[in-house]
Design a protein around this ligand. Sequence first.
Ligand code: ADP
Ligand code: MG
Length: 652
Amino acid sequence: MTTPLISVEKLRRDYVSGEGTLTVLKDIDLTIEHGEMVAIMGASGSGKSTLMNLLGLLDRPTSGTYRVSGQDTSALDSDQLSALRREHFGFIFQRYHLLAELSAVGNVEIPAIYAGRARSERRERGAALLGRLGMADRTAHRPGQLSGGQQQRVSIARALMNDAEVILADEPTGALDRQSGEEVLRILEELNADGKTIIIVTHDPSVAARAKRIIEISDGVIIADRRTDAADARKSETPADPGTAASAPTRWGAGLDRFREAFTMALKALAAHRLRSFLTMLGIIIGIASVMLVVALGTGSQKMILANISSLGTNTLEVFPGKGFGDTRSGRVTTLVISDADALAKLTYVAAVTPTVSTNTTARFGATVANALVNGVGSQYFIVKGSTLVSGRFFDDESVATLSQDAVIDENTAKALFGSEGSDPIGKIILAGTVPVRVVGVISSQQGGFGSSDNLSIYLPYTSVQTRFLGTTSLRSLTVRVADDAEMDAAEQAVTDFLIRRHGTKDFFILNTDDIRKTITSTTQTMTLLVSAIAVISLIVGGIGVMNIMLVSVSERVAEIGVRMAVGARRMDILQQFLIEAVLVCLIGGCLGIALALSVGAAAALSGAGISLIFSATPMLLAFACSCLIGIAFGFLPARNASRLDPVAALS
Ligand code: ADP
Ligand code: MG
């Protein structure tokens, strides 16, 4: 005696609902041989579909044994079950269950994707199957463009794709008109004649009459099992259609192929809900763009400020009168005088000292007038500040001693006053306020300093400015350049002690440029960290948005997941498909976010608003990796939910 194809013993299926359990199948015993054409008939609610789902391995029995070709199925895990489904069973559903985004041939080839067949081969076979079912001219049509009968033929072709031995058809004609139903039954008869085992579930006696064996079921028990007149109990031991056995590509190649199909499906799913996908991405776009902009802004402004500070000189101390920048009386503190500078200059750790006084006034040359800052400085000033001479010369100690009206101007001033005529400023007389001064040198403009670099600066001997502009001998500040081999902090302390001794009280304060640099560096770092933290939070919120939409997407596509599982998708395949979708949303969002940040940067640069954004590769790569991770992290739960779905629950 040969092993029966299907053998069921004491099969029982209970549903736990509310308080009690509902026993839908009560200890069914049944065997079906190769090549049979069986109708399972019964009233609605009698348990036919439940039995069918058990036979198709979509569902597990509560108790009893089920053997397929002698193999006990009760010990198999879900992936082994899907492998068995893939190889042995083809499903035809009452409502076709075709995937709307795919063409007819695309639907037909799904089982072959999971079986790991080569792409060209499955295209060819899918088209050939459709051709055999009279659908040769409809292969590229979407399900929505096909009639019910045509859709059912597509689903028959899908059931045949992996060359299944058994075709399980649950009310295959239930949604069709008479003629289309007749057509479907004829196809099933032909397939049976080719050697396929056909099991049809129906409540319609006229449909059941087409089978060679009718099993009647009522309230979960088999009440009749008879062969019709037509039955010749023809048995076929070999599966039909031997010429189409699958060529098995390498494991690696098959995995890659499934990945590619999942990728295309994910793209199609995203394209099917463009607005929704975009809105979901928005959170990621904003998050990534803000992370990048914040980091770029932090780097940019830090660099700008540091450049300004280094233009002040890195080893200089600025001594100001008063108690601090906020001291309103500092203007009236007149104790900082030139003899302090002379005394300081004699100290060993001081390389040079220059006093400064300053006043705002107008600069005029011919008809051109501009506002300018007149700086009274010592001859050492240009050395202390490291100024570069563009043309002419600096003024010297003698100019200071003689209160000369020799002026050094910066390039901004040269441009403002002489730019239009393009003439050489050296030797020209300009009016600073009401004082005529002669230009002896042009220096390159200071990179900002603490004022804007657009300021016009005129440098005169401080003695001239004190007498001709201010009428006072007190100084606005002293700039001390510390000797290269001296320690900055020690020098600052020594200068402080020295001046306190001279003045008898601390009526001045010292700005150490090195301190400022350190403070600004650490401040901008703290700011960047803080704002980055906020941006990361917005990324997390974006990720939760992705998770939310993915959960919606999974619950919307439960039927699709069911079909994929019925035709043999592994849990891994489903997980992969939804994970790819989530990662894609995040990656596309990430790319758009990077593009947005870069275009904001470009716009800021074009607008010339003086905002400096410096983008570097690292934050960009981090943003990219970040969006990938968000996709995986927040996509995992929905994807896992999808892969854990019960095929029967998904299909019902
Ligand atoms: P049919 O013969 O019409 O195909 P079914 O096999 O679908 O009948 O259902 C048989 C019985 O099992 C019905 O009474 C139905 O209410 C019940 N049933 C089916 N699926 C479930 C379920 N998931 N939970 C609870 N009861 C169910
Ligand atoms: Mg049913």
